[in-house]
Write a protein that binds this ligand. Structure first.
Ligand code: MG
Length: 258
């Protein structure tokens, strides 16, 4: 099929695809919030930014750019990466989920509003290079702030957005070609996320896992998007396993807030 050439996650003819956010979902902390709070303008200024995006007063893209600009003004990109490697931890159940997904032909596709080299560096640190490279990452990039700038110098780097959307990276654009596949060719699509950058993806998949206690839960409730909550990837693993084994349907799994 032509679609299989353009849709990388179909290569192994999977029955299921697991799309997931990275920050605060695969990791226990949000790396961009961490950078902003510790190297940028700080948590007191960041929190109103997040609230404005969630209440749709501002585009994620512009708010996020300001956050990261405040980090760039104080730290080179390599300093950011080493600080994150020392401070960001992996979800306690993710390794078990990763192994199960690999053994059961469930591609994991990371859709992130963050920057690819940061995600890569953290995954290599958590899982080793080979496992990290087995996952497709679709995210924003980093680039020199001006021509000839060194990204590892203070003030030298900037986020380079993936697309022109108000999200900077509209995650729904990545999922929709899979969602639109004809019956019989279309895998079951899962998505896991926790926050503002997941708003665009939330409506596209068959079962949405929203992190308990986080912004995405209240968004799904106000928008009427079916979801189930999770606290770590062990819970996601249990649900996905039950679906793969035919014990529950994706529809039954969307129980809302537990
Ligand atoms: Mg997140």
């Amino acid at each position: 099929m032509g679609s299989q050439q353009t849709l990388p996650a179909l290569k192994s003819h999977p029955k299921y695809i697991f799309f997931t956010d990275f920050d605060g979902t695969i990791t226990q902390q949000d790396s961009n919030d961490f950078l902003t709070d510790n190297l940028g303008f700080g948590a007191a200024q960041r929190k109103p930014h997040n609230a404005d995006v969630l209440s749709l007063k501002r585009h994620f893209r512009d708010s996020f750019q300001e956050m990261l600009d405040s980090v760039s003004a104080n730290a080179g990109f390599d300093t950011c990466i080493s600080s994150l490697i020392q401070n960001i931890t992996l979800d306690e159940g993710f390794k078990a989920f990763f192994e199960y997904a690999g053994a059961n032909n469930i591609p994991i596709v990371i859709l992130s509003g963050g920057m690819e080299p940061i995600i890569r560096a953290l995954l290599v640190n958590f899982l080793g290079a080979e496992k990290a490279d087995s996952m497709q990452i679709v995210s924003n990039q980093v680039g020199p702030r001006f021509e000839g700038a060194d990204i590892n110098a203070v003030g030298g780097w900037t986020i380079v957005y993936h697309d022109d959307s108000g999200f900077g990276h509209d995650k729904s654009l990545e999922i929709r070609p899979y969602a639109n596949l004809p019956e019989g060719e279309r895998p079951v699509l899962f998505y896991a996320g926790d926050g503002v950058s997941d708003l665009s993806a939330a409506k596209e998949t068959d079962l949405l896992f929203a992190k308990a206690g986080k912004d995405l839960v209240s968004y799904c409730e106000t928008q009427g998007v079916p979801f189930t909550t999770f606290t770590n990837f062990y819970e996601i693993l249990d649900e996905v396993k039950a679906i793969v084994e035919g014990k529950i349907s994706v529809h039954d799994a969307a129980k809302g807030r537990k």
